[in-house]
Ligand binder design. Structure first.
Ligand code: SF4
Length: 62
């Protein structure tokens, strides 16, 4: 049985924001990807973000 490597979070953080883009690494095979501990935000400018961070521009994902 595979172990989960992610957390389900609630609240107004980058991990739940419309503007957040998660980064992944290809690991262990051609179609196997693992989430990294960070991603990037595309609004109002491009910047590196971690899922627990937040800001006043948070917008819910649809
Ligand atoms: S920095 Fe703000 S706008 Fe960007 S992903 Fe995080 S909460 Fe959303």
């Amino acid at each position: 049985m595979r172990k989960r490597k992610y957390e389900i979070v609630e609240g107004l953080c980058c991990g739940t924001c419309h503007y957040y883009v998660q980064h992944y690494i290809q690991w262990g095979g051609p179609n196997r990807f693992s989430a990294l501990s960070y991603g990037h935000c595309i609004y109002p400018r491009m910047k590196v973000r971690e899922p627990y961070q937040t800001c006043e521009h948070w917008r819910a994902r649809k």
